[in-house]
Each structure stands twice: as structure tokens, then as C-alpha cells.
Design a protein around this ligand. Structure first.
Ligand code: GAL
Length: 473
């Protein structure tokens, strides 16, 4: 249930004047006090019970039997391995040994690396599991396409194409060597381009090739291979009948901080690169685009050195931003935004800014896409404490609504592998909107205005419509 915002700005009357009130106003006053007390009791009960539910039993949201399965809480029990024996030379070269699970995750020589990056034996996909009619997702395991090759669509997003009734998954094609341009620089792969895959069930993906390719020779081109192309997202413009791609375009040191735009007549490209720009005159790094039900599209980007997100509508042809922009989550240093909508409320998942290293996700909500946005808290449920505080060792990239299951979505994230970026993994997990938010919000005096957003950890799961029930597309 949604509560109305309660901003108590008025001054309270002094006690002495209260005592002088008439009996009628005293009755009124005690009724009001009683009501407020009851509301607080109810809210604290729901808040406590939501915490209990999180650890003990699934919440009932829709009556779809498999949605209950999606909300099952699966635990993980990963421990730090015993310290490695190291020679004096090794200690001198690299004095620090990992002391936290995150350091262990980032250490390419970790003894428990297989837990974060399971090998090809555990890969899944149509060529590996042709009899898996249930189409089980195995988050973090290598995901193969219809030709048996690992899918290359990192930092990606999905377009459901009404014309072909197919899903298209676009992302960074990173199947090249990882290196650093200088000792302290971030790990990188030269731009190859944007990979595109098509599917009618979200599990069986056919490689449609590189639909926007790197520039090999012209060093002044935005997409010269020595630069950076990240987080491509595609939306369809029904007026111009163009597929419009927005992406983060940068130089190797991330100082250009721009967005790039490309268009195509077909979802499978080839996309024609138009230009890059600094939206609203600002720097722009991690970004996404979101197309609302009324066909208005928005660009969201980390700006002002990643300290704030900017959001603004695109022009009718989706080729530019309008000169309208709101600064949101000011000073909160969020990136990797993924927006979605449920029952007229907008939600967003973001990450913190720690490069390829994982950190805690936050969910946010707003009544209007232009804000104000409020922070709901960490959406991650299950796994274990470290899993939850690292987004299951991954970073948000997109949230896809599941048609026919209101309130159910697929949360798409990247488990980056900075030692070998092409071997970064995909984490697709069920995201459910429902139940009360579990922490009091700014401006709302303890009355949660929004539903909780929950992303449930699963080692294996399937979509509600898989397995002989209603088809998704
Ligand atoms: C992350 C960002 C990624 C990539 C990476 C480079 O913060 O989300 O898209 O830019 O930094 O270190």
C-alpha cells in the first residue's frame, strides 16, 4: 500500500496552550495521537516482519507457482582459503596476500578462483544442454550461444523487437587480449565492437555478429580500437523506424567521457555511427537509456566525475538529448544505472564506483522518472553477507521485464574478470518488486512509500514461462 508523503513542517503548539484547549479539541487530539501511534506500531511490525521474511521464507507476490520458486532463498558458504606458502622473493615482489573475499576474487592466482569463475566444463547453453527444455540459467557459469561459443555481450542490454517478436541482446564484444596501457591504468580490451545475439526464449542465443565495429585505421575516430566503447543500449523509434544505439564512448584514460549514438534500419545492423557528444555539456561515463510507455526515452549517465547521475529526455527521434536535465542522487557516486518501471513507479539499480571490482548495489525509486529519486537500499537477497555486499560479485547493467508476470524482472549483471575481460561472466537473476521497503526513507518519516525491490541469488533457476507453459515471446 502506498502512503502519502508526510512533511511535518508546522510548529507544534506549546504545552501550556494545549492544556487550555476545549474538551472537543482534546478528544480530537487524542484520536490523532492514537492513530499516529497505531500507524507507527503497524509500520514497525511490517518492517520487522519484512526482515524476518528475508531470511526465512519467501514472500508471496503473484500467484504464479514458479514466482515462489524465484523467491526461494539460496545460501552460499564460501570461506577464505588458508594462507598460501610464499617465498621471500614472492613476498618482496607482491607483499600483500588477499585478506578479504573481494581481494581473493580479484586475485587471479586465488585457490578459490573456480568458485567465482567456473571453468568450461560447467558451461551451459543449447549446445551443451540440448535436453534442458526447462532452460536453466546458471549465473556465473560460461554461457554458450547456438554455435557453442561463449556469448560476448558485456555491459549489455536487451531490446524486445515487436516486429520480429525476438529478443536482441547487445553488449561489448570483448574477445581480445586484456592489457593495461600503463601500470596503474585499468585493464582493457581494444574495441572490437558491439555484439548482438537474438533469441525467442531468452536462453537460446544466436550470434548475429558485431553490429557496430571498431575503426581499425583512423586514429581520430571515436571508435578507433585504442579507445573505449562500453554499455551499448538499443531502443526502437517507431516514428523514424530506426533502431537507435546509445553507448559510452571514451579514450583509453576515460577523459573524453562522452556518449555515442548510432542507428540502423534492422536490429541486426549494421549500425551507422553518427557522433559522440557531452550531453548537456557535461562529462558522461556509465550510462543507459530507458524508453517509457509513452515512447519518451531518457538518457541516464554518471557525471561530474561520477559524483552524481544526470537524467534527461531524448529528442523525438532519439538522436540527441533535449536541453532538459535533472541531477539525481547528488554526491552519492553511483554508476552502472539500470532503470525499469512497475505500476507507474520507476525503479533504478545502481552500483558504487570501484572500477572492475564489485561493490554493493542500491535500489532507488521515483514517482516521476525525472525525480526526485529515493534510495531503497541493497536489493540483494540470499547468497551470504559478502555476496550481498558485492552484488554477488557483479555489477548491474540492465533490468528486463518478464511479460505476463507483473512485478517480475530479470536483473542482468556483469561479473567482471579484470585479469581476462573476455571471460567476464553474466549473472541473470530474478528481480521481484513487492512487499514493504525494509528501511525508513528520507523525507517519509518512517512510512515506506515504495515496494521492496529484491534480487534473489540462485545457483540455478528458470523463467516462469519456461518448461512447456506459456511461451515468453
Ligand atoms: C566500471 C564501469 C565499467 C568500466 C570499468 C572500467 O566502473 O562500470 O563499465 O568502465 O569501470 O574500469
Amino acid at each position: 500500500m502506498r502512503m502519502v508523503k508526510n512533511k511535518h513542517n508546522k510548529k507544534q503548539p506549546a504545552t501550556s496552550s494545549l492544556l487550555r484547549c476545549s474538551p472537543v479539541s482534546l478528544v480530537l487530539l487524542s484520536t490523532v495521537v492514537g492513530c499516529v501511534f497505531m500507524i507507527h506500531l503497524t509500520m514497525s511490525y511490517t518492517r520487522n516482519s519484512s526482515v524476518d521474511l528475508e531470511v526465512s521464507s519467501p514472500r508471496l507476490l503473484t500467484h504464479h507457482p514458479i514466482v515462489h520458486e524465484l523467491e526461494r532463498v539460496e545460501e552460499e558458504n564460501i570461506h577464505m582459503p588458508p594462507p598460501r606458502k610464499r617465498s621471500q622473493r614472492a613476498i618482496k615482489r607482491k607483499p600483500k596476500t588477499p585478506t578479504t573475499l573481494i581481494e581473493e576474487f580479484l586475485d587471479e592466482n586465488s585457490q578459490i578462483r573456480h568458485l567465482f569463475f567456473p571453468d568450461t566444463k560447467t558451461a551451459f547453453g543449447p549446445t551443451k544442454n540440448p535436453n534442458d527444455t526447462l532452460h536453466n540459467f546458471l549465473p556465473g557459469k560460461i554461457w554458450l550461444d547456438t554455435e557453442g561459443n561463449p556469448i560476448q555481450a558485456h555491459g549489455g542490454g536487451i531490446l524486445f523487437d515487436e516486429r520480429s517478436k525476438l529478443y536482441y541482446w547487445y553488449g561489448e564484444y570483448k574477445d581480445g587480449p586484456t592489457y593495461q596501457t600503463h601500470k596503474k591504468g585499468p585493464a582493457r580490451v581494444d574495441i572490437i565492437g558491439v555484439g548482438c545475439y537474438s533469441s525467442n526464449d531468452l536462453w537460446t542465443w544466436k550470434n548475429e555478429g558485431v553490429v557496430l565495429a571498431a575503426e581499425e585505421t583512423d586514429e581520430t575516430h571515436d571508435l578507433h580500437k585504442s579507445n573505449v566503447l562500453e554499455r551499448p543500449k538499443v531502443i526502437y523509434n517507431s516514428q523514424t523506424k530506426k533502431y537507435v544505439m546509445w553507448m559510452h564512448v571514451d579514450d583509453a584514460n576515460y577523459t573524453k567521457a562522452s556518449v555515442g549514438v548510432a542507428t540502423s534500419d534492422e536490429p541486426t545492423g549494421p549500425f551507422e555511427y553518427l557522433y559522440s557528444k557531452s550531453p548537456h555539456g557535461f562529462d558522461s561515463r556509465d550510462m543507459t537509456v530507458f524508453k517509457d510507455d509513452d515512447d519518451t526515452a531518457y538518457l541516464v549517465y554518471s557525471s561530474e566525475d561520477n559524483s552524481v547521475l544526470h537524467i534527461g529526455p531524448l529528442t523525438g527521434d532519439y538522436l540527441d538529448v533535449k536541453p532538459v536535465m535533472k541531477r539525481i542522487m547528488v554526491g552519492q557516486h553511483r554508476e552502472a544505472p539500470a532503470i525499469f518501471k512497475h505500476q507507474k513507479t520507476y525503479y533504478m539499480i545502481t552500483s558504487g564506483c570501484t572500477g572492475w571490482a564489485p561493490n554493493e548495489a542500491l535500489a532507488h525509486a521515483a514517482e516521476s522518472v525525472m525525480g526526485p529519486w529515493e534510495t531503497l537500499g541493497n536489493p540483494c537477497v540470499g547468497g551470504n553477507k559478502v555476496f550481498r555486499s558485492t552484488t554477488f560479485f557483479a555489477q548491474s547493467t540492465f533490468v528486463l521485464p518478464l511479460p505476463g508476470v507483473p512485478g517480475a524482472f530479470v536483473f542482468m549483471a556483469d561479473r567482471w574478470n579484470p585479469a581476462e575481460l573476455r571471460d567476464s561472466r553474466y549473472l541473470w537473476l530474478p528481480l521481484i518488486v513487492g512487499g514493504p521497503a525494509d528501511r525508513p526513507l528520507e523525507f517519509s518519516f518512517g512510512f515506506p512509500m515504495w515496494s521492496r525491490v529484491s534480487v534473489y541469488w540462485h545457483r540455478q533457476w528458470r523463467l516462469p514461462s519456461a518448461g512447456g507453459e506459456k511461451k515468453i515471446a
